[in-house]
Design a protein around this ligand. Structure first.
Ligand SMILES: [Zn+2]
Length: 291
């Protein structure tokens, strides 16, 4: 039901690519929020996967069980601490709910970008499928896309938050109930469809609110001074590469239709490849610097 409302992509007539080297997503000024995630960001490419601590992407180039994996214990812990922090700082309920809704969307779009970058590099015949400056591009894309479309992506919201405790998500068609031990929130969904960034998405909330919620997450994750996750586009990309990335991304963002809309080297949809990983410890041991 949701899916049929979502993905319609105009792949032709692209005049301008909204991605250029040096662009950066900057947070909204005047948003009062203090608090830092306990997540130790030490992402990168290791053990044949793109590791982002809260989630990772296993490229099809190196893995048969390719796809996006959410590290559920880490996300649950981080999200719970974030909600508690927002609650104690007097953030209003609507903004808390919106930040919670956007949280998995940011992670998901970031990981989708790694998939898109793999597709682009394979299609362009490039040697590597990952560069460390991809993190900044993926973060820029996630923040910019969510800000521009004014949404939290419903599919990851339902898929990801359902297994999490202590949250309880009830999906009621025109709204979502998020029940936490800090209170109950109602997220209206979807109100209408808005066309932004070349992709149709259900509109959930106004753009200004989204920007405030994104700013909270930006501060929570310390994005402003992170050497690799700061959301900006590295000068290492060429204009041709960014254009290919942009065109590929527009197809890859359409749930369950990405493999039909684009000619990427793999025949399955990324959106059937969303998985959860409950073994946080083993992953940290493998990829972290704390083994
Ligand atoms: Zn990443």
């Amino acid at each position: 039901m949701l899916v049929s409302q979502m993905g319609q992509v105009e792949l032709e007539g692209v005049d301008e690519v909204p991605l250029k080297t040096g662009l950066e997503w900057v947070p909204e000024e005047g948003v009062e929020f203090k608090g830092r995630s306990g997540v130790d960001w030490h992402g990168g490419f290791c053990e044949g996967m793109v590791y982002d601590v809260l989630a990772y992407y296993k490229p099809y180039t190196h893995n048969r069980d390719w796809g996006i994996y959410y590290v559920v214990p880490s996300i649950a812990n981080d999200l719970e601490r974030l909600i508690e922090t927002m609650y104690h700082q007097g953030i209003n309920e609507e903004l808390i709910a919106l930040t919670v809704a956007i949280y998995p969307s940011l992670i998901t779009i970031h990981e989708v970008c790694h998939h898109t970058l793999e597709n682009v590099r394979r299609l362009m015949g490039l040697r590597n499928i990952y560069e460390s400056h991809d993190e900044g591009l993926c973060e820029y894309t996630a923040f910019k896309l969510i800000e521009g479309s004014g949404i939290a992506h419903p599919y990851p919201l339902v898929a990801l938050l359902n297994p999490l405790t202590p949250m309880d998500i009830h999906f009621h068609g025109d709204h979502i109930h998020v029940i936490t031990r800090f209170g109950d929130f109602v997220i209206p969904f979807p109100i209408s469809i808005r066309w932004r960034w070349g992709v149709r998405y259900p509109l959930m909330v106004s753009g200004g609110d989204v920007r405030r919620a994104l700013t909270i997450l930006y501060k929570w994750w310390g994005r402003g001074n992170d050497p690799i996750y700061r959301p900006r586009i590295s000068n290492n990309y060429t204009a041709e590469f960014l254009r290919n990335y942009w065109l590929q991304l527009r197809g890859d963002l359409v749930p369950f239709m990405d493999h039909a809309l684009t000619n990427k080297p793999v025949k399955e949809s990324l959106w059937t490849k969303l998985n959860t990983d409950d073994k946080r410890i083993s992953i940290i041991t493998k990829c972290g610097d704390k083994a």
